[in-house]
Design a protein. Sequence first.
Length: 242
Amino acid sequence: MATLLSVNLNKIALLRNSRGGSAPDLLHFGQLAIDNGAKGLTVHPRADQRHIRLDDVVALSKLPQIQSGEIEFNIEGDLRPELIRMSEVIKPTQFTVVPVMPNEITSDRGWRPYDEHGLLKETVDRLSAYTRVAVFCDADPASVELAAEGGIQAIEIFTGPYAHAFDLGKSEVKLAAIKSATDRATELGLRLNGGHDLTVDNLPTLLAAIPFHELSIGHHLTCMAVEQGWAKAVKAYADVCG
C-alpha cells in the first residue's frame, strides 16, 4: 500500500527565523512540496517559536489544497491551551500530541505514564468530531496502550532509535520493537503513523516490515534538499513512500 508522505516544514521556518524577514517563504515551500508528491504538510509550533509560529499555521491552513481536503494538514504539539484553541478554529486533518521535555532540542520520546492523561482525554473530546487525534508513542506496546486510553484515533511511532541503529548496521532489534508496537496499535484499531530521522536509505526496510499509513518527514528531507534541491528531495521521498 502507498504511505502518505507529510512533509514537515519546521526547518524551512527555522532558516527564515535565523535571519528575520520572510525568506525562505514558507507558503512557497509548502506548495512546492505538494507539487512534487507530498500528500500532507506537518507543522510543530513550539511555545518558544523557534521555527513554526502560530501565524504560520493559520497561513498554511489557507492553502487551496488544504482548504479543499486534497492535502492533509497535521499540527503537532503539546497540549497547551492556545494550540488547542487554534486547532478548534482551523480544524486540521490531524492533531498529533507530542510530549515536550524542558530544554529539548527535538522530540525524543513518546507518551509515558507521567504525561497528562486527563488533559489528553479532554483534548480528544474537544477535537475528535472534526480532527483525527494522534499521539507520539515510543516503539513499545505499553506506550501505545497508554495513549489509546485517551480515545485517540492514531499513533505516531518515534522512529529515531531505529534510524540510528540502521546507520550502525544493527537495526533488527529496533525494527522488531516498532513491529511489536504497531501490531498492538492495529489490534486496537489505530491508524499507523511514524516519524523521526527517516531517510531514503532507511525507509525501504521500514516500509517493507510495517504498513504505515503516514510518515512525517522534515529534518533529513531538508538536509537532502540542501544538496539536491527541495523539489528533488520531496520527490525522492514521495517515490519511496509509493
